[in-house]
Design a protein around this ligand. Structure first.
Ligand code: SAH
Ligand code: SF4
Ligand code: F3S
Length: 452
């Protein structure tokens, strides 16, 4: 009997890539491959790459050096580069990195088994065409069992922010059907998942021709009232009042919105082509806070975009102070070829970028710390996600508002909802103890009777 061949895959970049890796593994499994966690024993070794910033690419290039080493030891191993670096670097990768056998872009994963077969005959494979329709709607991603699942609902991006490669690496926006997403989430619920995060680079511009993102969220939330529903990433431009009200109306839609602002300066926002002004963004935040009481917000911020002055930077700090985000992902501007901003030069010196970045990080850390202190003494509901990274005696999980909570294991189980009394907090994590197992949110659409 022939033993099945093995595939190894390493994933970089955003959650979309994590979700794509599960699609790739599903396609490879159907072609007879089993997954291995050992690069050294792999017949096919894949890297799912990210091109969003230069340091992401550098890291991956470094890692590919290790793949070269394994390929030398085992020349029969097929090495493939997938994902967002594929399109831009196909020439480089195939010419200079001669140990790479395949370069496959995000819309061509169905062809992987065929390309691997050809590579085994010594033929190098390039498949980097972007598609207007491919959304892998019919493929059930191969997930490892767990509590929480990523469900990609749309692909690509049409926003063309001037700093960003995503529209070039992932192509035009396209959405899966509402029915397809609902079918997949139902399957996940039946297989024990307790939380889903609907994913898209621009998830709230989802539209399947009939239904918009608010319709999709409502449909997913109604599948099972005890399933937590999250989503990421939303663009402020597409944050409709209908969507905000949908979030407010469903108990199991988490009260947490990642709403990247990027900059607080109107001049920079315009140069970035973000399509909103600082005032529009702030009034959107006001509306969200009013309609969704207790909502938690996070953001992405770029420091040192071309021509950014100290005054522009101050305005960014101001917005952060005014919104009081619960968390922020902060980045140094990194020029990317092909983008519009590439032609604006990169005139903010690196040392200034670092200085501004550090100021942003420090300010956000203070705000997060202050907000987390307000949680001390409260009882929060947590979905138990797994063992704490720092201690085998503790579990960790998140609140509805996406705050990480760490607490002694006691006799609770992964996948349960528990009530935790918060005893202390730092800027990143809440610490506490379980007070009693929470009753799960109402399992049926009928309201439960409350005995006074
Ligand atoms: N689609 C999402 C995020 C895409 S990339 C959105 O629009 O919010 C994630 C983050 O990386 C962006 O929000 C941005 O803050 C950052 N980013 C993207 N391109 C960058 C670049 N060239 N330099 C620095 N940061 C960048
Ligand atoms: Fe990039 Fe802007 Fe699209 Fe986000 S919305 S993926 S930042 S182009
Ligand atoms: Fe990176 Fe591609 Fe995601 S560039 S951030 S992996 S969409």
């Amino acid at each position: 009997m022939q033993l099945s061949r093995s595939v190894y895959i390493e994933t970089y970049g955003c959650q979309m890539n994590v979700a794509d890796t599960e699609v790739v593994l599903s396609i490879m499994r159907d072609a007879g491959y089993r997954r291995t966690e050992q690069l050294a024993e792999a017949d096919v070794a894949l890297v799912n790459t990210c091109a969003v910033r230069e340091n992401a690419e550098q890291r991956i290039y470094g890692r590919l050096g290790d793949f070269r080493h394994y390929k030398r030891e085992n020349p029969a191993m097929i090495v493939g580069v997938l994902g967002c670096m594929a399109e831009r670097l196909r020439k480089d990768l195939m010419e200079t990195e001669s140990y790479v056998d395949l370069v496959v872009g995000p819309d061509e994963y169905r062809r992987l088994p065929e390309l691997v077969e050809h590579a085994l005959q010594g033929e190098k494979g390039i498949a980097v065409k972007l598609s207007r329709v491919e959304n892998y709607d019919d493929i059930i991603p191969l997930r490892t069992e767990g509590v929480s699942a990523w469900v990609s609902v749309m692909r690509g991006c049409d926003k063309f922010c001037t700093f960003c490669v995503v529209p070039f690496t992932r192509g035009r926006e396209r959405s899966r059907s509402l029915e397809g997403v609902v079918r997949e989430v139902r399957y996940l619920v039946d297989h024990g998942f307790k939380e889903v995060t609907l994913l898209g680079q621009n998830v709230n511009s989802y539209h399947d021709g009939v239904y918009d993102f608010a319709d999709l969220m409502a449909a997913v939330a109604q599948i099972d009232r005890s399933l937590r529903v999250r989503f990421t990433t939303s663009h402020p431009h597409d944050m409709s009042e209908k969507l905000i009200r949908t979030i407010a109306e469903h108990d199991n839609i988490c009260k947490f919105i990642h709403l990247p602002v990027q900059s607080g300066s109107d001049r920079i926002l315009e140069l970035m082509n973000r399509t909103y002004t600082r005032a529009e963004y702030l009034s959107l935040v006001e509306k969200i806070k009013t309609l969704v009481p207790g909502v938690s917000l996070s953001t992405d911020v770029i420091a040192g975009f071309p021509t950014e002055t100290p005054a522009d930077h101050e305005q960014t700090l101001d917005v952060i102070r005014e919104v009081e985000y619960d968390g922020a992902f902060t980045f140094k501007y990194s020029p990317r070829e092909n983008t519009k901003a590439w032609h604006m030069g990169d005139d903010v010196p690196d040392s200034v970028k670092i200085e501004r970045l550090n100021e942003i990080i420090e300010l956000q850390r203070e705000i997060s710390y202050r907000k987390n202190q307000q949680e001390v003494g409260r009882i929060v509901e947590v979905l138990v996600e797994g063992e704490s990274k720092k201690s085998v005696h503790d579990f960790s999980g998140r609140t509805d508002t996406n705050k990480m909570v760490v607490f002694p294991k006691g006799n609770v189980r992964v996948g349960e909802y528990v009530n935790v009394r918060v005893e202390r907090a730092n800027s990143a994590t809440l610490f506490g103890t379980v007070v009693h197992t929470a009753t799960q949110p109402a399992p049926s659409p009928e309201p439960m009777e409350v005995n006074a």
